[in-house]
Design a protein around this ligand. Structure first.
Ligand code: ADP
Ligand code: TYD
Length: 208
């Protein structure tokens, strides 16, 4: 795949401020005349948005972790084919709220260690990593209370509670070390404008 564009993902625990930061970054890039696609996972294409409803709504025990790996990867494949790859090939900047690192953490860690299965399926069916991954890091208690305050129907993973979020935070920080070349860790426990300054610095470094 020829990749003349720039692929940026946001990662972090629920409520860490990823969506807020992604929105602020997209607005600032667009204001500067950059051609940007703002997208998210699970979702980002019509088919993947249908899978989103299957995986995020309903009983926490609705799917096994293994079935979830398949569903999230199916959604990602469709998203990649129909939204991300065409945008990168057209030289656009793609800002994506979560990508494969979320599967490595949520499905790879939440119910036993399934990381090897996640990575094997990723290599087989996706094979693409972002150029830059911004990890918005914060303590899970604050993140969870922010996420709960939103009060949406998409609560399957938020219902897993504080201990899972704690494991996710540690896991994301480990992942940032494993993929140190593309990850930047940003302290999310500050006001949104201060966080955005660090996000902007990381992204402009890649644009110039
Ligand atoms: P995520 O996408 O990581 O789940 P959101 O961006 O949706 O997080 O933020 C979760 C909630 O916290 C939202 O209600 C949002 O308005 C609020 N929020 C986001 N960033 C901050 C911040 N830096 N300080 C305080 N509240 C924030
Ligand atoms: P998201 O809409 O980003 O939720 P939030 O704004 O609360 O962070 O993601 C929804 C949930 O889906 C979130 O709890 C993490 C989970 N998820 C996975 O479990 N695996 C995945 O591969 C992805 C992309 C998300």
């Amino acid at each position: 795949m020829s990749r003349s564009g720039l692929f940026v993902s946001f990662e972090g625990i629920d409520g860490s401020g990823k969506s807020t930061q992604a929105r602020m970054l997209v607005d600032r890039l667009r204001a500067g005349g950059v051609d940007v696609i703002h997208t998210r996972e699970p979702g980002g294409s019509p088919g993947a948005e249908e899978i989103r409803a299957l995986v995020l709504q309903g009983d926490p025990d609705r799917w096994s972790a293994e079935t979830e790996i398949l569903l999230f990867t199916a959604a990602r494949r469709d998203h990649l084919e129909r939204t991300i790859r065409p945008a990168l090939e057209a030289g656009k900047v793609v800002i994506c709220d979560r990508f494969a690192d979320s599967t490595r953490m949520y499905q790879g860690l939440s119910r036993g260690n399934l990381r090897a299965k996640v990575d094997a399926l990723h290599d087989l069916m996706i094979g693409v990593e972002p150029d830059l991954t911004l990890l918005i890091d914060m303590d899970p208690e604050t993140g969870l209370s922010r996420a709960k305050a939103r009060n949406t129907v998409e609560e399957r993973f938020e219902d897993f509670g504080a201990s899972l979020q704690e494991a996710m935070r540690a896991g994301f920080l480990d992942l940032a070390k494993e993929y140190a070349d593309r990850f930047r860790v940003i302290d999310g426990a500050r006001d949104a404008d201060s966080v955005a300054v660090d996000v902007w610095a990381a992204v402009t470094h890649h644009l110039t």
